[in-house]
Design a protein around this ligand. Sequence first.
Ligand SMILES: [Zn+2]
Ligand SMILES: [Zn+2]
Length: 172
Amino acid sequence: MGMRIGHGPEISQCEWPESVTRMQGRNVRSGIPAFVEVSVHDGNVNTFIRRDSDDSVFAAEIAAFEAYRTYAACPGHAFERREWRNGAGVCERCKMWSPNVFEPLERCQECGAATYYSSFEGRFWCEMHDSLRPRRPFEFDPADVDDSSYSSAEFEEALSTILVAIASKGKE
Ligand SMILES: [Zn+2]
Ligand SMILES: [Zn+2]
């Protein structure tokens, strides 16, 4: 209890484990549902949960917490790879998506190790050999950036959207 949800004024209403590393949320805005996202690494729970609500950030949090409790109560995860090639899997019992439960299916271009560390045009490199990966030309022009428009909240929201797309890919 007492954890703040993202940068907003809302305080968590659920008894999350202390190992929650990240909690984001947003209340209902005109036409946009509320959401809560949380990264949990606790006991046999290692996942990223997102729930939306048309009601409030608290309703979204309660839904996320119910998912956490379902995962925590699982009698023993039985992971399936499904379409994931990066080592993630989904428990066929409790439906928890979890990273790093299998060896990645990709192989490092240089040493053949199972990896999903970095990629370029469908080829992969392990952490040790990442420096050999071709780089894209740097297209970003600092002259085009207006510093006053920068918002870390917007950045985090964009990042959240990406993480959700990744997390939801493994669900049915
Ligand atoms: Zn499970
Ligand atoms: Zn390598």
